[in-house]
Write a new protein. Structure first.
Lengths: 347, 347, 347
């Protein structure tokens, strides 16, 4: 597919600076831009490439100011990052997501209810009482436990396993290797130090428009439900323990872990590898920095850092001094010495 | 199923305070308690809900002292947490765990030995020389390598992969996505910086009554065995490296990682995301706090915290001062200044 | 198989001290050495076992100096660790890796291209336009997306999932549960706080001689490719985000995570659970210590530690003082007190 700068500008409501007839056939990173490709510039770190790129067209923000002349055609848009995303969608030619129908061998209980235009990949297993809605895609090697329900248009990639009784909303994407509804980690110690399993009889509810990354695990509740509310996005290899609740439109990056019964608000951002201990409440719009270990409740809008975590600004001040401890310590030692010299054997 | 307070009290050896004829049909969290439900109170954090819950019955510890009157019927028991677990078992109605027989297509080597009342899910693969004992459940999409043995009553959930030669005990539960017996991470660097693989010819031995969470990985030993002793419980997404040994009845929470050849004692507790470097010995009853990085041996019964870890009490004292570093530093600076003023240019 | 000390010495170009006719039938750890077994000694921590082992033969480095007499036969070699690896390969009798041919049921698109002597396990799925080269082994329950190519002699263990368009080199080993090519974690927030998915249209390129551990995830690039260069070795449960590039012969231990667009050099070592934030450049031969959080570029050959990381030596000095903060603080308090006593109410 070839698109002209004019077509693209019309599509993105952008303004052209350069040759409106120039054509592109694919989207690429600005460092790798070459003839007939479209790039974008959003992160200032990459601005230097703009002046040397061989790309035909570059999308930039409307208010971007050129420092040097460029060889490419610019299209100015309200938000270069979002516009690039639209272009990527246009040029995405994989047909994987057009799959429909049932492949064999696959196993579908006659007591499961399967909607229209569903794709059921080979070696996929659907248990009794499961409900698979219209336009759902179940890739090969998926396991759907008994009584699981899956909303319209949801994509379940190869090798996802959903334990009995869980509920997945509409327009969700669940990546390969995700385990939804495995038992919560609950054991009662007896006097002799042996642990007895506490039955985990709840389930997992994932609301609409949620995306969950590869090999992430979401445990079922001991009782009632572990809940991920609509619009939240989870990265790879995350652990969500039993009875956790995650609000709407919250972002959680890879390797993060949330312990049992903790409630995370809406519009929060949890950076990579954050850890939240159990039974906490994290307010809306909180920002948890990379690797922070949260051991207390976090108020709405707060930004946290550190192990254990404190307010981010406070952590940064302490951390600067941690780095300077050798000098601080040297000053103290010197002071003690001089003081002793002047004052005698006082200390 | 409806149970009266009297039936429940008889079952749990408890004492009723309230209406012995009141009935419940399910178990639920105390925050969500409603008519015909049973709740329990063990964590004091949740006591406030006791006085407002709509639940019909609440289990409490025998010595619990009411601060206000309640609307529900109380049943006093020796251990509310354990009793709740018994109740959950009673109300667990999923029939998933009653599955028996072989589903098709599945692949079982004629040289494998399969016991009585075994469940073999569709798309499950059992290699030659494998031994699957009585009452074992292998859910769909399980892979059992050659020569693997699995003890009686063990449940292997969908998508568990067990490499050749590994041994799983009786009454174990292995959750979806677990990989048992993958190669240890062993490479010998040569002079030119290229790494040569060291063959990993050992296996993994998992003893009786062990539970392993979703997507956890247990590597095979380079030689001899990686061992998880009886009664230990592992959470999700844990990494157990080659030649590690874990004692009896030890608890390991999610995202923890144990490097090669480290030996962990019995009755230890490793909180979430703990890291243990290689070739260490951790004594019995040790407690490793959340995110602690253990780089030295730990003596029996010790409690450790920090990155790298030190004794927990010591870490807490240092950490309080870390938080106060800005003030401490200000005091020092002020002292230096005043000292200089009084003493002249000494420092 | 029985091998004499003479045969082994000839094979390893070693020198015998003891009985050249003594035989061994297997390889084992030195702590567990018994009659007819071969052990090795490389790590000085284990030297004590040399003097008490019941093993028949022990491999030691050529320049190793005995502190006491031994009962076993020694074979002195240039590198005991490497030689042990050779011996493990000799004694490895599992036939798993000799598998060939296609098992049924499996699903192979007629538009896929399959080489000679390929093993295709049952329940494995190969999509159209995939290229599987000679001698490749695909264990059961593997999913190969459309257009994926796999080089000669590569081993893909059970339950690996490779998304469309990815490319795996020759002589690679990919362990169970690995997900290659899942979507990068890219979302654009809109004004109302809702996240819109950015299409991930790139792929993953894994070069020759790479090994990837169990349940590790490698995300596809947003545009162009996520790349792991030849000879690099990745452990279990690692997260490699979109557009990351990893150089040649780099080692990454378990639970490490690398955020989007970061470039790691060649011959680097990343210890367990290291975290690298996005858009960084890590120079060749860098060493990232266990649990270090890298938030800035790292120069060639540097060794880093800490959260956030600094140069390892600097971290160690600061960390010693962190441990001593209680004493340092006590000294300061005492000094302040005495100063006040002597000088009056100055502070």
């Amino acid at each position: 597919m070839l698109l002209t700068a004019q077509t693209i500008a019309d599509c993105l409501n952008g303004d052209i600076e350069g040759d409106s007839g120039i054509v592109v056939s694919s989207v690429i990173n600005i460092e790798q831009g070459k003839k007939e490709t479209l790039c974008f510039l959003a992160n200032p770190k990459y601005e230097k490439y703009l002046y040397t790129t061989q790309a035909s067209i570059v999308l930039v923000d409307r208010d971007f100011v050129l420092k040097h002349p460029v060889n490419c055609t610019l299209i100015r848009v309200d938000n270069a990052y979002e516009s690039m995303s639209v272009m990527l969608g246009l040029f995405d030619t994989t047909d994987t997501l057009n799959r429909k129908g049932r492949e064999y061998p696959s196993r579908v209980s006659w007591r499961a209810k399967i909607g229209k235009k569903v794709y059921i990949g080979a070696f996929t297993y659907i248990s009794r009482k499961a409900i698979v809605s219209d336009n759902v895609k179940l890739f090969p090697n998926v396991y759907i436990g008994e009584g699981v329900s899956i909303g319209e248009n949801t994509i379940i990639y190869s090798d996802v396993k959903i334990y009995p009784g869980c509920s997945i909303g509409a327009n969700c994407i669940i990546h390969s290797g995700c385990i939804i509804g495995s038992d919560g980690f609950g054991f009662a110690p007896s006097a002799d130090g042996i642990y007895k399993k506490i039955p985990q009889t709840g389930n997992v509810i994932i609301e609409d428009n949620v995306e969950i990354g590869a090999n992430t695990t979401v445990d079922r509740a001991t009782m009632s439900s572990t809940i991920i509310c609509k619009g939240s996005k989870l990265d790879n290899l995350i652990q969500i323990a039993h009875n956790v609740e995650i609000g709407e439109n919250t972002i959680i990056a890879a390797h993060s872990g949330i312990a049992g019964s903790t409630k995370v608000g809406s519009h929060c951002v949890l950076a990579g590898r954050t850890g939240l201990t159990g039974h906490l409440t994290i307010g809306n719009n909180a920002i948890i920095g990379a690797e922070a270990l949260i051991t207390n409740n976090v108020k709405e809008g707060k930004s946290m850092l550190g192990i254990p975590a404190m307010e981010a600004g406070k952590f940064r001040r302490s951390n600067v001094l941690f780095r300077n401890l050798p000098e601080i310590s040297k000053n103290i030692t010197e002071l003690l010495k001089q003081y002793k010299n002047k004052m005698g054997e006082a200390i």
